[in-house]
Ligand binder design. Structure first.
Ligand SMILES: [Zn+2]
Length: 142
């Protein structure tokens, strides 16, 4: 997903419109006029709250309004490896929420992955009061 974001290859609404597909261009979260990758993954007020909680936001903040590819490149070259891993996980979690907005995983509708595949379930909790982020990942192959 980060590779696709870096190369501007995420199937966002603005990309669909450029290909002639009629969809509403407004951001489904805040109503912003054009839902491009910069807005969807970085500038939307709904995701800014998440980014602002990260220790690396100071490194990334100067890139406000720049393409997501610039954000990814800057994070890869200026952040500590562990911080870059968190950056990638947050970016992926935001994208996953965009791509699967109504999918709720619970023990009642969880489905095992296809044979030979591994399914990753990820959750992130941000604690303002204590100033930390918990990230949980469960990998299952059956
Ligand atoms: Zn928005």
């Amino acid at each position: 997903m980060v590779w696709r974001a870096f190369h501007g290859a995420l199937p966002l609404r603005s990309h669909l419109v450029r290909r002639g597909v009629m969809v509403d261009l407004n951001c489904p979260r805040c109503g912003h006029m054009e839902d491009d990758s910069c807005h969807a993954l970085w500038m939307c007020p709904a995701v800014r709250e998440i980014w602002m909680q990260l220790a690396i936001v100071g490194i990334l903040e100067r890139l406000k309004g720049r393409p997501v590819s610039a954000l990814c490149l800057h994070a890869a070259t200026h952040c500590h490896r562990d911080d870059f891993n968190v950056f990638c996980m947050i970016l992926w979690a935001i994208w996953d929420e965009i791509a699967n907005p109504k999918e709720v995983v619970s023990k009642h509708n969880w489905k095992a992955p296809k044979h030979g595949c591994v399914k990753l379930n990820v959750d992130v909790t941000i604690d303002d009061a204590l100033g930390f982020i918990d990230i949980g990942v469960v990998a299952r192959d059956d």
